[in-house]
Design a protein around this ligand. Structure first.
Ligand code: GLN
Length: 275
């Protein structure tokens, strides 16, 4: 027979054990919950920039996001045991969305600039591009960037092309559009004379629109590096991204992905309806 004191002690121990078990269960549940969201990266992009990001259509049906950046970020996520959720938004909203935590990562053919570095942290460069001019093939007097003086120039709002044109002093003759496809349409309709945009995207537009040609001026338009952006101070994510970029540069994965799209893996590219 247990004494009264022993009986009470046993009861207390039993209750304590139950509380302990409950606490453990709660803890592991919380851990599971946390693990789940920590396993996913919410990635922002602007699917208006083929061949880096665009909405792919199969048999006329809008399907999914595709492109060089989309493949690269999925591979980087895979390297780090993460899944990705792609959020399509305005290019100009990406840095704000990072700052307020709406997205963890932005990948959008985004040129690393000193100005943007004030707002976000950039990964190591993963792609080198430059600005080029697109004109109609009957335009013979645009050979150099300075030949744009007096011409009507179309750019996309917030892109580095806009900054370059403004720095050249041609702001007065510049018109801005929300999408690259709109600027190209303006050129096709002869409502402007030149479109200034990133090189790989220009190649895609010229390939899709007979009658347009690219004019390069490497003395004026120097190289730009694309970087993946994270919220300022998020070194944990940045380190994971940089380690994967290093590996993918060394083993040729980035070159392979870029070459695949340059060769026309983006045949089904179409613009999205992101406003
Ligand atoms: N590279 C250009 C920039 O950073 C354009 C990027 C984009 O349109 N996605 O401004």
């Amino acid at each position: 027979m247990l004494s009264g004191k022993e009986y009470i002690m046993k009861k207390i121990k039993k209750i304590a054990a139950t509380i302990g078990l409950l606490a453990l269960a709660t803890l592991s549940l919380t851990a599971c919950g946390k693990k789940k969201s920590a396993d996913k990266w919410v990635v922002g992009t602007n699917a208006e920039f083929p061949p880096f990001e665009y909405v792919s259509t199969s048999q006329g049906v809008i399907d999914k996001f595709a492109g060089i950046d989309i493949e690269i970020i999925k591979k980087i996520a895979e390297e780090n045991g993460k899944t990705v959720e792609i959020n399509n938004m305005e290019f100009d909203s990406l840095t704000v969305a990072l700052a307020n935590g709406q997205i963890n990562i932005a990948i959008a053919g985004m040129t690393i600039t000193e100005e943007r570095k004030q707002a976000v942290d950039f990964s190591d460069p993963y792609y080198v591009a430059k600005q080029v001019m697109i004109v109609r093939e009957d335009t013979t007097d645009v050979k150099k960037a300075t030949d744009m003086a007096g011409k009507k120039i179309a750019v996309v709002m917030g892109y580095t092309g806009q900054t370059e044109v403004e720095n050249l002093g041609y702001k007065e003759n510049m018109v801005t559009f929300k999408k690259g496809t709109e600027a190209i349409q303006e050129l096709l309709n002869k409502k402007c004379d030149v479109v200034v945009i990133d090189s790989a995207t220009a190649s895609k537009y010229v390939k899709d629109n007979p009658g347009l040609v690219i004019v390069e001026d490497d003395d004026t338009f120097t190289s730009e590096s694309y970087g993946i952006a994270v919220k300022k101070g998020d070194t944990e994510t940045l380190n994971m991204i940089n380690a994967a970029i290093k590996k993918m540069k060394e083993d040729g994965t980035i070159d392979e992905i870029s070459a695949k799209y340059a060769e026309g893996a983006d045949e089904n590219a179409s613009s999205s309806d992101a406003e």
